[in-house]
Design a binder for this molecule. Structure first.
Ligand code: UD1
Ligand code: CA
Length: 454
């Protein structure tokens, strides 16, 4: 049977006080909308429609390929948002799961199990719910005690005292029979406290039409948590952080002190790697075994080998091979590949460059737009001068070359294999292999000069 998903993300999230759409607010540095999309895809559903509205351009620019988007012109409520996707749903038929873009902790297993229950019970709609300690702000699940089915969902602002005492709440994720959903949307009335078209009202409408409504209640209450404001966003971050760290610890990653440690949900880390305080790992980062990362280290969308040390490092979209020893205070910028057992030391910046195996760049050096061979030694304070004010040019350095202290390499330029540059040289022409390039004025000593000046 056909299965598709509709994710509601048109809301501004006024209470978030953000300039962008709420679904782009991040949990563990990953936008909430991406958490929801990954959960849906993890449940084997690839046919996904996102309803956009406020900040829709920003959202559309961010969404991965293959996602359909529709626009809800005015944010008239969750039921109205689903209406914007009516054509998408109608064309697919079968079953559709509708989810909130601001409830990131929903997971694939829950979506799958809820779907099983939905089909087994022959429901028109099955809501995913959980019991929470503080139900304030959530839609309450009202059960029909005659048969345990779902009678209706009451929003906080429309609930009476008795209903407010219900702790079972709506996650905002539902499985629907697509045709039944479309028919019930026509029956929505905005006659409630907020004057909105509530998706939750479809439950009572479907029951009135003689259809069955069910509940899939999950024991994992974080699944239902949504973020409407920054305080809830922080709470979600804390819950997600605990979950991610617990998973890593169970896999043999060493995190002796989690202070300031933020690790994204998609980061992979090998066993015996130690994560020290203030280390932030995000995106599609992969880290090998037996590394020491931190303190004060940021790694974004990078692949790090095994036995690597990153001490006070910022590394973006780069690759670092096994046994590299990096830091302290090193910046590795995008499109760099740092070879095996390379050492980058104090205040070194590497950008868009390959650095070969065993090369040492120990202090105060900039390597940009360069192809550096293996076992090269950079003295202190070297600069690859890659920019002439108009265009960027590359520097090439052969294996085993020795770049003397304070060398400027004016690109485009090549230093051959086993060649040397003399300290203090500004190299504007290629240095052939096995040669010494000297490009500086010869020293003149003026003897007695100081006495004469007096
Ligand atoms: C909603 C549910 C509530 C549930 C809670 C779970 C309704 C009426 N209420 O409440 O029962 O417990 O989620 O977190 O559905 N959106 C649109 N267009 C709109 C309005 C909202 O796309 O016109 C999107 C929002 O961007 C958001 C989602 O729908 O991603 C939920 O909307 P929100 O206003 O946050 O609903 P809640 O008040 O949290
Ligand atoms: Ca919400």
């Amino acid at each position: 049977m056909n299965r598709c998903a509709v994710i509601l993300a048109a809301g501004q999230g006024k209470r978030m006080k953000s300039a962008g759409p709420k679904a782009m607010c991040r949990v563990l540095l990953k936008p909430m909308i991406d958490w929801v999309i990954d959960a849906v895809r993890g449940a084997g559903i690839e046919d996904i429609c996102v309803v956009t509205g406020y900040g829709g351009e920003q959202l559309c620019a961010h969404l991965p390929e293959g996602i359909v988007t529709v626009r809800q012109e005015r944010q008239l409520g969750t039921g109205d948002a689903v209406r914007a996707a009516a054509e998408f749903i109608g064309r697919r038929g079968g079953s559709v799961v509708v989810l909130n873009g601001d409830a990131p902790l929903i997971d694939s297993g829950t979506l799958r199990e809820a779907f099983e229950k939905h089909t087994q019970e022959g429901n028109s709609v099955t809501v995913i719910s959980a019991r929470v300690d503080n139900p304030y702000g959530y839609g309450r699940i009202v059960i029909d005690h005659r048969d345990g089915s779902l009678a209706r969902i009451v929003e906080e602002k429309d609930a009476d005292e008795q209903e407010k005492g219900i702790y079972e709440v709506n996650s905002g994720a539902f499985w629907f029979d697509s045709a039944d959903l479309l028919r019930s949307l026509e029956g929505l009335r905005g006659d409630n406290a907020q004057g909105e078209y509530y998706l939750t009202d479809t439950v009572a409408i479907l029951r009135k039409a003689g259809k069955r409504a069910g509940v899939y209640s999950t024991a994992n209450s974080s699944v239902v948590l949504g973020a409407n404001d920054r305080a809830q966003l922080m709470e979600l971050n804390q819950i997600a952080k605990r979950q991610v760290l617990a998973g890593l610890l169970a896999d043999g990653v060493d995190i002796p002190c989690p202070d300031g440690v933020i690790i994204g949900p998609d980061v992979k880390i090998g066993r015996d790697t130690e994560i020290l305080p203030n280390t932030i790992l995000s995106g599609a980062t992969v880290i090998g075994e037996g590394c020491v990362l931190g303190p004060n280290t940021t790694v974004e969308d990078s692949v790090i080998g095994s036995g690597v040390v990153l001490d006070n490092v910022k590394c973006e979209r780069a690759r670092v091979m096994d046994g590299a020893d990096i830091g302290p205070f090193v910046h590795i910028r995008p499109n760099s590949e740092i070879g095996e057992k390379v050492h980058l030391g104090n205040f070194v910046e590497v950008k868009n460059s390959a650095v070969g195996e065993g090369t040492k760049v120990s202090h105060l050096t900039y390597v940009g737009d360069s192809d550096v061979g293996a076992h090269v030694n950079f003295g202190c304070g070297c600069v690859t001068v890659n920019y002439d004010g108009r265009a960027k040019h590359r520097t090439t350095i052969g294996d085993n070359a020795f770049i003397g202290c304070n060398t400027n390499l004016i690109a485009p330029v090549t230093v051959g294999e086993n060649a040397y540059t003399a300290a203090g040289s500004t190299i504007t022409e290629d240095v052939p292999a096995e040669s010494l390039g000297i490009a500086r004025a010869r020293q003149v000593n003026k003897e007695g000069w100081v006495r004469g000046r007096k």
